[in-house]
Design a protein around this ligand. Structure first.
Ligand code: HEM
Length: 396
């Protein structure tokens, strides 16, 4: 129950929704006095939108400024658009957005289709796979590696880096975990420095070469910003997309009627993806800091206070969505907040949607009788993400 709530309990990671419901019923803008996790917990839809629209709520790197040991991690995080605010954010985002328009992303379609087919071909005779490590991760990895222009063969590295790096943005983690993330960030920086040097000498058609072009043109992008952007895209392009594809397949297995419906009516794929995003939001939590005293629905959030926005809760708010705990692949409209809202709205949303669409569509075309080996999904104990450790399935 909410009085004894702690982010350490495994129940929370497996099924956070009863906790969200209880918090929202007390107050959708809930003040947590838990010593370690003090701040405002936002579980209401409209309240979340209001806060995300208000640029006085700043996005900040999670590593504290005073923490000299982590200065390198902090410097990279400070230059990631995700953790910058109006002026700096606008400048960084406008440089990168032009490479992520839906038209440009659509050019990745043949590569995504080919990769999905190859991954399915590798497991089809076996009749079993772990959706996370045999399908979703190698797909998301190959696609972002191809876009950025880094070798896909390095994907075991990306896997290890992503897992450690996301812990550095987990506010419940211990200094030891932060120490690991420092080591990993330094490895990623060294990795990108080497690739940037090679592309400076011999540009290719990839995103890193294009970003170097932006850097060289009137020094529009600093070296730190260039590296931070590469790191952000590599990490952001992994974790959440893997989670979306794996959770979607798990949800379909748990809801056989909807699985059948989607197999019979493939045109539902577009609304189905939106519903998977709403129902099991891959990014469950994002944070902001009040840059001044701000009143939200008669509640004063004081300057410096932390605000935790539970997107997974907003997306199940019954004041916004009818039958929010019911999966409905035909739900329309579906104004979920899984990609955030306003200025920091996910830059990779078109890419993530396209990958998930092709992956699920092709898998359902090629296999029948999809079953989970273990019906209880096992989710990672990591705050902020709804992330399946593995999903072993069998199929004909
Ligand atoms: C931002 C979710 C896939 C790149 C965000 C935010 C969310 C999000 C919630 C906003 C964070 C905030 O406001 O604090 C997701 C989900 C994905 C996904 C659920 C997959 C299902 C991707 C992919 C890429 C990407 C594939 C890139 C290749 C980014 C970037 C930002 C961002 C660069 C920062 C935008 C900014 O600060 O202006 N994402 N994301 N994301 N996402 Fe995604």
């Amino acid at each position: 129950n909410i009085q004894s709530f702690s982010f350490n309990i495994s129940e929370f990671f497996q099924n956070p929704y009863p906790f969200y419901e209880e918090m929202r019923s007390i107050n959708p803008i809930y003040k947590s006095t838990l010593l370690k996790y003090q701040g405002w917990y936002i579980t209401g839809y409209e309240e979340t939108v209001k806060i995300l629209k208000d640029s006085r709520f700043h996005s900040r790197p999670p590593i504290p400024a005073f923490s000299r040991n982590y200065a390198n991690v902090r410097r990279i995080q400070e230059n990631m658009m995700l953790f910058t605010n109006p002026q700096h954010h606008r400048q960084l985002r406008s440089l990168v957005t032009k490479f992520f328009t839906p038209n440009i992303i659509n050019e990745c379609r043949p590569f995504i289709e080919k990769t999905v087919d190859e991954l399915i071909d590798q497991v089809i005779c076996r009749g079993t796979m772990d959706v996370v490590s045999d399908f979703a991760f190698p797909l998301a990895s190959s696609v972002i590696a191809k876009i950025l222009g880094v070798p896909a063969k390095d994907y075991p590295l990306f896997k290890q880096w992503t897992a450690t790096f996301i812990q550095s943005i987990d506010f419940t983690r211990s200094p030891k975990t932060l120490g690991n993330s420092r080591k990993v960030t330094e490895e990623i920086i060294a990795y990108f420095k080497k690739i940037i040097r090679a592309r400076e000498q011999e540009p290719k058609e990839d995103l890193i070469s294009k970003l170097i072009g932006e850097k060289q043109r009137e020094e529009k992008l600093s070296y730190d910003e260039l590296i931070a952007t590469c790191v952000l895209l590599l990490i952001a392009g992994h974790e959440t997309t893997v989670n979306l594809i794996s959770s979607s397949i798990f949800l379909l297995i748990q809801n056989p009627r909807q699985l059948e419906n989607l197999q019979d009516n493939p045109e539902f794929i577009t609304t189905a993806i939106e519903e998977f995003l709403r129902f099991e939001s891959p990014a469950q939590l994002i944070a902001r800091t009040a840059s001044e005293d701000i009143t939200v629905n008669e509640t004063v959030i004081q300057k410096g206070e932390q605000v935790y926005l539970f997107l997974g809760a907003a997306n199940r708010d019954s004041r916004k969505f009818q039958n929010p705990h019911q999966l409905d692949i035909a739900r329309n409209p579906n104004p979920h907040l899984a990609f955030g809202h306003s200025s920091h709205f996910c830059l990779g949303s078109s890419l993530a949607r396209l990958e998930a669409k092709i992956a699920i569509q092709r898998l359902l075309q090629k296999v029948r009788n999809l079953q989970a080996v273990d019906f209880n999904g096992h989710y990672r104990k990591i705050i902020g993400f709804k992330s399946l450790v593995e999903l072993n399935v069998t199929f004909d």
